[in-house]
Design a protein around this ligand. Structure first.
Ligand code: PLP
Length: 426
């Protein structure tokens, strides 16, 4: 296709997009900045901006401590109930608390206690490092008989499900997997894996950080045991917004949080000196939440519920397929290689391209010296550029412009003007 034909097609896709009205509900300072990093930090919803001023001035500033009863105290559970439909869970099964890392610790610890006698934890080498670090820490805590075994990847992109299954044995207490892998976007079949893990007598803990708000997830339908995930990625909750945690209803009574903080206590304001866990999902709370970050989560998830996950996932697939088709027709001869699964049912909402000059190409996209279009994806070592597509605000025309810029950067060797020295956060 010619450049003009691509433009016509992109404009048509944007006109036909059932979600096209949502973009204007985000704060977009410049139409010349194409933001493709919503999988790391979602854009700011305009409502959140106004809400935060209200939380600061009216709630904290004016109503002071009374705001706890009026607005804040029930918020972790209220937000949990609003996140539930986004991940296919029910009321009373999700709560907002701590970071994803801490939630993973709480649930993995609780599972090892429950599964006493079983000493193996299974994960994979595509998992986000913090998950593996937390599990390595648990091994030290639980003793030398505990082992962590990781399913390997042959191509750096996917995990062979059969290989994963082969390391889940009768001695396995817990399987911890990211539904969508952070580098390649590889996505597991949640139902198939969940069933297999349970058949082997283990529990499964899904990390939904790169999946929630981007792909359809059916935790209840698949009978999933536990899940955790970030709210600052596709849920657009803002930098450092607290994470969510899901435990299937019938498991809640069986699991105990290892961090017995007062927010998870039955009646915290009785200040009883002996801990009694709260009933239900609330027992997985720890201490006082970061209220400003907590309150900022709501407008983003309200929008996702309004749009509906089925429509969001469909658009995510269309955006990624459009990008992959442009990569095939426009970028084939420029040294790029697709670093994500080809089939949409095996992929989350980002696409990775591999290139020997990935880091400097990324720099040229972010800091253009000649083009007026600035594109923000991110770089993941050793040679991946991740392009995150957020269905509520990414347009097909932005996808088209991104492919066009990639071609220009290579053709004109724009990346040669940048250093290979990396900054602290990439
Ligand atoms: C982003 C991400 C995290 C981050 O965890 P924090 O505790 O919020 O820093 C964890 N797991 C996965 C899979 C992620 O993508």
């Amino acid at each position: 296709m010619t450049t003009d034909q691509n433009l016509v097609l992109a404009k048509q896709l944007d006109r036909d997009d059932p979600l096209n009205k949502f973009r204007s509900r985000f704060y977009i300072k410049s139409e010349n900045t194409i933001y493709l990093d919503g999988n790391s930090l979602g854009r700011l919803p305009i409502k959140t901006k106004a809400l935060l001023s209200e939380v600061v001035e009216k709630q904290w500033g004016t109503e002071l401590i009374e705001s706890w009863n009026r607005y804040w105290y029930q918020k972790p559970a209220q937000l949990g109930d609003k996140i539930a439909p986004i991940i296919g869970a029910s009321e009373g099964e999700v709560i907002v608390s701590d970071s994803t890392s801490v939630n993973l610790y709480k649930l993995a610890h609780a599972t090892l206690k429950l599964q006493k006698g079983k000493t193996k934890i299974v994960s994979d080498t595509l998992n986000f490092p913090t998950d593996l670090y937390i599990l390595q820490g648990l091994l030290k805590e639980f003793g030398p008989e505990y082992k962590l075994e990781l399913a390997q990847t042959a191509d750096g992109i996917t995990i062979d499900t059969e290989e994963l299954k082969s390391i889940i044995t009768k001695n396995t207490a817990l399987v911890v997997l990211s539904l969508v892998a952070f580098k390649s976007a590889f996505m597991y079949q949640l139902e198939e894996i969940t069933r297999y893990v349970q058949k082997m007598g283990a529990l499964v803990l899904w990390d939904l950080s790169h999946a929630a708000g981007a792909v359809e997830i059916e935790l209840n339908k698949c009978n999933a045991d536990m899940a955790v995930g970030c709210t600052y990625k596709y849920l657009n909750g803002g930098p450092g917004s607290p994470a969510f945690l899901y435990v299937r209803k019938d498991l809640q009574e069986k699991l105990s949080s290892p961090i017995q903080g007062w927010f998870g206590e039955a009646l915290p304001f009785e200040f009883d000196l002996n801990y009694r866990p709260a009933k239900g999902i609330r027992k997985f709370l720890t201490g006082t939440p970061p209220v400003l970050n907590l309150m900022a989560i709501e407008p983003g998830i309200d929008m996702i519920n309004e749009a509906g996950m089925a429509t969001i996932h469909q658009k995510s697939i269309r955006l990624s397929e459009f990008f992959l088709s442009l990569a095939e027709t426009e970028l084939r001869n420029y040294g790029f290689e697709v670093g994500s699964p080809a089939k949409p049912e095996k992929r989350g909402s980002h696409v990775s391209l591999k290139h020997d000059e990935a880091y400097r190409i990324c720099q040229a996209l972010i800091h253009p010296k000649t083009s007026r279009i600035r594109i923000i994806p991110d770089f993941r070592a050793p040679n991946n550029i991740r392009f995150g597509f957020t269905p509520l605000y990414t347009t097909f025309n932005e996808v088209r412009l991104t492919a066009q810029r990639l071609k220009e950067i290579i053709k004109n060797k724009e990346y040669e003007q940048f250093s290979t020295q990396k900054s602290e956060v990439t």
